[in-house]
Design a protein around this ligand. Structure first.
Ligand code: AMP
Length: 113
């Protein structure tokens, strides 16, 4: 998608601080970290949000969760971490390319909403 910020990051048109990359997945540090460790994990192919996960594209989501476990270990998040995906306006999704936030490195607030 030519007007998608994260597609531009995948293409290398916008710089990012990469922490992991393979054929189908990219992970990079969030530009406005909400925790000492705040990483975004995205599929390279454009999927707008969790609402658009379907049998044709869901394999990458399983792979993303394998990658998340690997990154958390690499980052030393031994005390735990949170994985969040905001979906749609009510959840505050601002970038409409599926992404999973990894948040950790401090005791996180317990509120879910
Ligand atoms: P969400 O609000 O769940 O859609 O999350 C979008 C996230 O993307 C926010 O946490 C932003 O700080 C982050 N973000 C926006 N632009 C960039 C960028 N150029 N590089 C890294 N993270 C970004």
């Amino acid at each position: 998608m030519s007007d998608c910020l994260f597609c531009k990051i995948v293409a290398g048109d916008i710089p990012s601080t990469k922490v992991y990359e393979d054929e189908t997945v990219l992970a990079f540090r969030d530009i406005a970290p909400q925790a000492p460790t705040h990483i975004l994990v995205i599929p390279k192919a454009h999927i707008a949000s969790v609402a658009c996960i379907a049998p044709e594209n869901s394999a990458v989501v399983a792979h993303i969760f394998e990658v998340i476990a690997k990154i958390a270990a690499q980052e030393g998040l031994d005390g735990g971490y949170r994985v969040v995906s905001n979906c749609g306006a009510d959840a505050g999704q601002t970038v409409h390319h599926l992404h999973f936030h990894i948040l950790g490195g401090r005791q996180l607030n317990l509120e879910m909403a």
